[in-house]
Each structure stands twice: as C-alpha cells, then as structure tokens.
Ligand binder design. Structure first.
Ligand code: KG4
Ligand code: ZN
Length: 339
C-alpha cells in the first residue's frame, strides 16, 4: 500500500473549524484553523448551537483555503479523514457530512477518527522518531485521560476524570476569578505573578490507588475561599488564588502520570491536548521525567489545540492498519475512552 497517500482531514468537534492536507501520516501540506473563540467568549463558554452554525458557515471556505495552501487539486486526494467522536454532536455532524460528500464524490475511502487519538498523534507530526509504546496524557477542555499506548491503534485507558476535565476546571476557576474565557492561558500567565503556596488547596485523589482524577472539588474549594474572603472583607489576591489552584492540580496530574509510566515500565510519556500548552505542566513533568530517565514529548503550542492535521495523522495510521469506514459511518458525542 502506498504510504505517502494524500489525505484531506477535517476537524469540527468543538469550536475550531479546521481542514488539513497531509502527505503520508506525518508531512503537513496545509493546516487551516478557523477559531470561534471570539464568538463564544461573549457567553463565557462554548454554546453548542452557535458552534454548529459557525461550522456550517465556514467549512467550505476552510476546505478551499486548505486546498489552495497545499497547492493540490481535489483529484490528488486519496483518503478523507474526519473526527467522528467525541464532541458536540451538531458540530461533529458538519465535519462528518462534509467528509462523506468529498469521499463519495471523489470515490476515495473515508476514515473516522477519535479526537483523543488525534491529540496524541499531533506528537507524531512533530517528532519523526516517535512511535508507541508510551504513556499518553491527554488534557483538554473536554477530556482528561491517562492511556497506555502500545500500538498506533492500541489504547488502554488507565485513568480518567470522574467529573470536570482539567481544562474545564481551569475555565471554571477563571470564571470564578472574573478572568474571562478561555481561562487556562490566563491562569497560566498569572501563575508567575502569584504565590503557589499561598492557599493550601487539597491535592485530590493524589494518595489514592487509582489513576483517575477529580477536579470539581478544587473548583468548589476556590469558590468557597473567594466567598469567605469576601465575607471577611479581605482583599483577594487573584494571582495567589490562580497560582495555588494551578500548583495543586498540576502536581496531581504530574505525579499520577509518572506513577503510571513507572508501573507500566514505559520510558516515554506523550503529552497532548489544549492544557499541554501549560508552562507549569510542561516544566514540572520535564523535571520529573529527567529524574526518572523518561523521555518526554509535547507538541508545539499550535499543535496543542484542536487542528485537522492531527486528525489526518491519526486517520492515516488507523486506515493503514484497520482499513476504511463505510459511508454510513456515524458521529458520536461520547468516546470509547469516556470523558
Ligand atoms: O484541546 P482543546 O483546544 O479543546 C478541547 O478539545 O477541549 O483545549 C482547550 C482547553 C481549554 O479549557 C483551555 O482553557 C485549555 O485548553 N488551555 C490551557 C492552556 N491553554 C489552553 N489550560 C491551561 N494552561 C494553558 N496554557
Ligand atoms: Zn481537543
């Protein structure tokens, strides 16, 4: 089978409309991303119906722009990859319907991709030498998953969040602190100005014998702290609250990830998803990996957030090993991986 296939990939699972062209699994020819963040900012979070409408308004333009930037014509496309789970169902359907239409009209195969597998695959694009096995940590606005990855299509879930996703916790705490949306990058920036030891928020589930996470308790902890200080008419040092929150959640995530790598005898950890942009997470994990002689991989900032190139890469490996999906393939809001 020809392994430098031209792939057209589509991602519309949340609030980015993205289309990419790849040659083989790892060479990106174009990767166009139209973000809706400015629209959703007005509401303090993603509004599903608005996201779907925006995808349907922009998808054709983004496809055209990605084709133009790649310098290819549609006739060159040999495979169409699209995120078909998990995500906002209305948003996913726009991408899936577009992908089916292109695959059908060109007479080329279609492959559905799990968004989480796409996030991990972003690292394959950036590190040509990277291949499984490794421990994968996917942390985004919708997901927190620790996985043992033993092949390009072999994933065992070790742990997941029991409530809020890590990015969701960042966004909710930022809202409590009146910082705006999305909150992750804002808290990340404030960390440097604050004292991370100022408020001793609980390190939830850290000592427990599980790889699962829980972030809703600390969000309530932040809310209670802010309300108590207000009642006492004490000034709230937002940067101290933000830094203490970030310190406590990142410590838990780092320790559990290292614990999983050591227990599973893995010498590589791969970080992925929007929260992989977090400076403390990258630095703390880097230091712990050096101590334990584990290699750490994380994507550049552009490849942390949602993009279609990562979906094309994951789709390539899935198609090569498992073959295509049917044209009646469905979209699903949930993952096999759960939340
Ligand atoms: O992967 P992504 O773009 O979308 C989902 O699939 O959810 O992730 C978006 C999430 C948001 O919750 C955002 O606040 C968070 O990633 N995020 C960060 C940082 N940059 C983005 N969280 C912490 N620190 C950051 N620097
Ligand atoms: Zn994502």
């Amino acid at each position: 089978m020809c392994n430098d296939k031209i792939i057209l990939a589509i991602e519309t699972s949340c609030d980015e409309t993205s289309v990419a062209l790849l040659k083989g699994g790892r060479k990106v020819l174009s990767n166009v991303i139209s973000s809706q963040i400015e629209v959703h900012k007005l509401y303090g979070g993603v509004v599903p119906e608005i996201a779907s409408r925006n995808h349907s308004d922009h998808i054709n333009l983004v496809i055209k722009e990605a084709m133009d930037q790649s310098g290819l014509s549609f006739k060159a496309v040999e495979l169409v990859a699209v995120t078909n789970r998990p995500g906002l169902i209305g948003a996913l359907l726009i991408g899936v319907a577009s992908a089916k239409a292109i695959a059908f009209s060109l007479g080329v195969p279609l492959i559905g991709v799990n968004h989480l597998e796409g996030h991990l695959a972003a690292n394959y694009i950036e590190y040509s030498e990277l291949k499984p096995p490794f421990i994968g940590l996917i942390v985004s606005g919708g997901h927190t998953n620790l996985a043992k990855v033993t092949g390009y299509n072999d994933f065992t879930m070790l742990g997941k969040t029991r409530d809020d996703a890590l990015g969701e916790a960042f966004d909710k705490v930022a809202r409590i602190l009146g910082l705006g949306y999305p909150g992750g990058p804002l808290i990340d920036q404030l960390y440097e100005k604050g004292n991370p030891e100022a408020i001793p928020f609980k390190r939830v589930l850290l000592e427990e014998d599980t790889y699962d996470f829980s972030f809703s308790g600390i969000k309530t902890g932040v809310l209670n702290y802010v309300n108590q200080e207000k009642q006492k008419h004490q000034p709230i040092l937002i940067e101290d609250v933000a830094a203490s929150f970030q310190q406590s959640v990142i410590e838990v995530v780092v320790e559990k990830t290292i614990r999983a790598a050591l227990a599973e005898k893995m010498d590589k950890i791969v970080l992925a998803g929007g929260v992989a942009a977090n400076k403390l997470l990258r630095n703390m994990l880097k230091k712990r990996c050096e101590d334990e002689q584990i290699q750490l991989f994380y994507p550049s900032l552009d490849y942390c957030t949602d993009n279609a190139a990562m979906i094309g890469c994951a789709g390539y490996y899935k198609y090569m090993e498992l073959g295509p999906d049917e044209l009646d393939m469905e979209a699903y809001s949930t993952s096999f991986w759960s939340k």
